[in-house]
Every structure is written in C-alpha cells, then in structure tokens.
Design a protein around this ligand. Structure first.
Ligand code: NDP
Ligand code: 8X3
Length: 250
C-alpha cells in the first residue's frame, strides 16, 4: 500500500522539492504552507503522479494547526511520514542588536511550530505503532556562527527535540531522523534578509546545495528497510567545510 507523507513548508525550497521527489515514488501527499496559491499550483502539478491534499495554515497558530490536521479526509488520515520542514532564519544580527520580532518568529516557527505539528500527528502513529518523523535541522543546529545566535539556538532545539522524540517513540517502533543541511539555495536568504540586497550575495561565488539534493537524501531516509533508521545526517556542498568556511571563486 502507498504511504502518506505530510510535509510542512511545501510551498518552496526543500519542502517543495521533497513533494516532487515523493510524488515520483507515488507517495500520497499532504502539502502544508501559508501561501495557498502555491499549494494549489503544486497540487495541480503533482496530481498526475499521486494523490495530493493541501492544508493551508500557519504553524505558529496552535489552534489552526490542530484544526487543519484534524480536518484531513479519510484517505489522508493515516500519516506514515511527517516531514517537519517549515522554518526560516529571520535576520543576521549580533545578540545585542537583534530584533525581538525576528527572535519570536524563529522560536515560534522553527521550534514551537514543529512541536505543534508533531503533537497533532504523533497520536495516530503511536496508535498504529509505526511511522517516520524527519525533522529538518541545519548545520546551524550543530555549531554556532557569528550573528547566528537565535537561529542557531532554534536549530539546536530541533536537534534536541529530534533526539528526545527518538527516545520517547522508540517503544512504538517509530523512526525519528534529523537531516541537517548547510547552505541550500532557496528562498531562505530572501526571508532572512527581508528581500534586501544581502540576499542575492549569499549563494554567489560557489555552488550551494540545491533543494533537490536535500530532497533526495530525505527520500533515501524514508526508503530504507523497516529495520534501518537514518538517525542523523549532516550534509554540505563541496565548497563548504563548516558554517564559516566556504571556498568562493569570483
Ligand atoms: P524556504 O524559505 O524556501 O522555505 C521555507 C518554507 O517554510 C516555506 O514553504 C514556507 O511556506 C514555510 N514556512 C515558513 N514560515 C511558516 C509558518 N509560519 N507557517 C507555515 N509554514 C511556514 O527555505 P528552505 O526550503 O531553505 O527551508 C526549509 C527548512 O530547511 C527550514 O527549516 C530551514 O531552517 C532549513 N534549512 C535551510 C537551509 C538553507 O540554507 N536554505 C540550510 C539548513 C536548513 P509559506 O511561506 O508558504 O508558509
Ligand atoms: C541554514 C544554513 O548556515 O545559513 O540553516 O545557517 S545557515
């Protein structure tokens, strides 16, 4: 029987690429995000390959999150794979000059949003004693870089939550994985720099990871045999050695 995956942040970047990768494999999809037009466009593109349902909600809103996931029609109710991907960096500032709204956004979306979605999905996984949760962390969850402070904290939290989930859900046979990429060329930098001019320079002078590169690793993780769990992946483009060491050519 075909599996069903719920992907948060499916309207762009890694989430959208994962939707395409899964659709090619016939995995049924529940695509989530705030930009409804994009969800509809992606649904139309993928429907010829698999069954697709869209959920339009903001992961920061606890009630909206539970209502959306609670509204799933019969054919989509059993979620086998949860990809907790929605998230972004907001700003790149020293701790003493950081913006409170940016801090709220990162903690509310990257950490609390991931928890709300997980809380809404996990009960039917524990009941069926099966499932796979993949949390999209970051190299920023493994090391802190200058001005990364709160974004890095949010991704360190994602890693801690992933490890906690793996322990607590172990008795239920549920797999829990973290996929932690370095620099990926998506809309991420546009969000981080609020479409400012810094956004354009983030991925210049080197070949960054592409969203598809990450999506392929996510599919690799979900397609392992039942007894294999890819617990934690750190992936960089070849030009990147760690958060601050990137070989650029101009
Ligand atoms: P994008 O900006 O392209 O995608 C972010 C996605 O998150 C969008 O689909 C967006 O959808 C969704 N999202 C953001 N805020 C909310 C919200 N409040 N409620 C619901 N959905 C939301 O960036 P990426 O694809 O690069 O990022 C995806 C994940 O990968 C993030 O968790 C990011 O931290 C992580 N990551 C990214 C890296 C990079 O260099 N790009 C590297 C390592 C990790 P919408 O706006 O429609 O709601
Ligand atoms: C995204 C990678 O280096 O911009 O998580 O923090 S980085």
């Amino acid at each position: 029987m075909k599996k069903t995956a719920l992907i948060t942040g499916a309207t762009s970047g890694i989430g959208e690429a994962t939707a395409y990768e899964f659709a090619k494999q016939g995995i049924h999809l529940i695509l989530c995000g705030r930009r409804l037009e994009r969800l509809i466009t992606i649904k139309k593109a993928l429907e010829r390959l698999t069954n697709v349902h869209v959920l339009n909600f903001d992961v920061r809103d606890k009630d909206e999150t539970f209502k959306a996931i609670g509204s799933l029609p019969k054919g989509f109710k059993n979620i086998d794979i949860l990809i907790n991907n929605a998230g972004n960096a907001h700003g790149l500032d020293s701790i003493q000059t950081g913006n409170l709204d940016d801090w709220d956004a990162m903690m509310d979306i990257n950490v609390k949003g991931l928890l709300y979605v997980s809380k809404a999905v996990i009960p039917q996984m524990t009941e069926r004693q099966s499932g796979h949760i993949i949390n999209i962390g970051s190299s920023a969850g493994k090391e802190v870089y200058p001005k990364g402070n709160v974004y890095c904290a949010s991704k360190h939290a994602v890693l801690a939550i992933t490890e906690g989930m793996r322990i607590d859900l172990n008795a239920f046979g549920i797999k829990v994985s973290a996929i932690n990429p370095g620099l990926v060329e998506t809309e991420f930098s546009k969000v981080r720099f609020k479409n400012g001019k810094e956004a354009d320079s983030v991925y210049t002078g080197f070949k960054a990871l592409q969203a598809k590169d990450v999506a392929e690793v996510i599919y690799f993780a979900v397609s392992r045999p039942a007894h294999v769990n890819i617990a934690d992946v750190l992936m960089f483009c070849t030009a990147q050695a760690n958060s601050i060491t990137v070989k650029k050519e101009f």
